[in-house]
Design a protein around this ligand. Structure first.
Ligand code: ACO
Length: 406
């Protein structure tokens, strides 16, 4: 009998020992050299480099190269990567037509995922997951085109014309221009904002075997191509318990302000576990200490809001929620701390992004991690198709009942 009181004798007979681990709380699915997390100590490193150092000194482009290729690039390697990306930012004109097919109020996450999935129809010659050159090409295309797709998904919801990429600009600057600019009108990218967004992308760039990355690996383990795997990862990211939490936090802060309730009343509802009431942006499967990314984001939120002269009442609510949580036994006992999503929404809002775009921004940041993990899996000779077992708890064998006898 299994620990949950379930009869697993049939399964044992068939397979030997099978562990039942809902949510994979204790099950490693792979070996990886990419990202190290010590959740108790609040440590995060990409390829051995502490997240704090990368956030301070690196760029999203350089960090992406590091994650994907395993080492910090030389100047020539970085320049080459940058040039490759700038040559692939354009979308095929036929792909642009896809955007016409979505309703104008389409949420940008499924639009993003659909467009990424469609990329595999445009580049059929380079889908072989074991052809290194083809994988490099798909890597560059994805990294270069995702910001363009994301900006178009945003413009689509506004009914505004799309802007072609300006390849004299870097990845983040180009994305900001395509998102907020207008054709034939000059758009000055604010370097401080571009730097803040670049840093946020670094903080999101990988997080080992989270829900979306595990999805990318799972889909890829069947030898599906990189576009198909990343498209699935985008869908996985969209849920409110994962990447969708960044927009859920803003909605929560707005609801608290709109309800007229004080913050303490809301926290009591959280602690009573009222249906559907959670402190969004708090808690993490792996971190049982302050999420090191959240500590950096909190500082950035202060800086960006001050710089833009934004006085957002939601920030006060967020700070008060954190203050209560850090002093309250309910949260302390469960080791619930702010995660990376708690303060990002406030920054994105101040930058002018609508709430529905927040998770899209997460996807742009997470892309190099998904690619790096997919490539590592494809190159690992130990990789097998992902195929978890189950413990069957349904009916025993029974005879089919004819329609008239049911
Ligand atoms: N608010 C209130 N209580 C919480 C929260 C929260 N945000 N998170 C966990 N808890 C409580 C649970 O009710 C549970 O209490 P119990 O032991 O009395 O039943 C306990 O803490 C453990 O929670 P689990 O849900 O079992 O923890 P799990 O590791 O499965 O979930 C998760 C982690 C999904 C992140 C969860 O903390 C959560 O829902 N957080 C809010 C959503 C969020 O911010 N997601 C973003 C995660 S980071 C990322 O994806 C980038």
């Amino acid at each position: 009998e299994g620990s949950a009181g379930v009869d697993v004798s049939g399964l044992l007979k068939e397979t030997g020992l099978v562990t039942l681990d809902p949510g994979f709380v204790n099950t490693a699915s792979c070996r990886s050299e990419i990202t190290y997390i010590d959740g108790d100590a609040g440590i995060l490193r990409y390829r051995g480099y502490p997240i704090e150092q990368l956030a301070e000194h690196s760029t999203f482009l350089e960090t992406s190269y590091l994650l994907i290729h395993g080492h910090l690039p030389s100047q020539a390697e970085l320049d080459g990567f940058s040039t490759d990306l700038s040559r692939h930012t354009l979308l095929h004109e036929d792909l642009k037509n896809f955007f016409d097919g979505f309703p104008s109020n389409a949420h940008p996450m499924p639009v993003l995922s659909s467009a990424v999935s469609a990329l595999s129809t445009f580049y059929e010659e380079s889908l072989d997951p074991f052809d290194r050159r083809a994988v490099d090409q798909s890597t560059v295309r994805l990294m270069a085109k995702l910001p363009t797709i994301a900006a178009y998904a945003h413009k689509k919801t506004l009914g505004q014309p799309f802007l072609y990429p300006d390849n004299s600009l870097g990845l983040v600057e180009n994305f900001l221009r395509m998102t907020f600019g207008f054709p034939a009108e000059p758009y000055e990218v604010d370097p401080a904002l571009a730097k803040a967004l670049d840093q946020l992308f670094i903080l999101h760039a990988d997080h080992e075997q989270n829900c979306s990355t595990s999805t990318v690996r799972m889909v890829g383990s069947g030898q599906a191509n990189l576009y198909a795997s990343v498209s699935a990862g985008i869908h996985a990211l969209s849920g409110p318990l994962h990447g969708g939490a960044n927009s859920a936090v803003l909605t929560m802060l707005d609801d608290i302000l709109a309800s007229g309730d004080d913050v303490d009343t809301f926290m009591e509802r959280v602690k009573r576990k009222e249906k559907g009431v959670r402190l969004m942006g708090f808690g993490h499967r792996v971190y049982k200490n302050y999420d090191p990314r959240a500590a950096i984001v909190k500082k950035t939120a202060d800086q960006v809001l001050a710089q833009l002269g934004v006085n957002d009442p939601r920030l006060d609510v967020a700070l008060r929620l954190e203050e209560i949580a850090l002093a309250d036994d309910y949260f302390v006992e469960r080791k619930l701390y702010p995660n990376v999503d708690f303060y990002t929404g406030l920054i994105y809002k101040a930058m002018g992004f609508p709430t529905r775009m927040f998770t899209v921004l997460f996807a742009i940041g997470r892309l190099p991690g998904w690619i790096a993990q997919w490539r590592e899996m494809m190159e690992d000779p130990q990789t097998k198709i992902g195929r978890p077992r189950q413990v069957y708890v349904g009916e025993p064998e029974r005879p089919y009942v004819a329609m008239g006898d049911r």
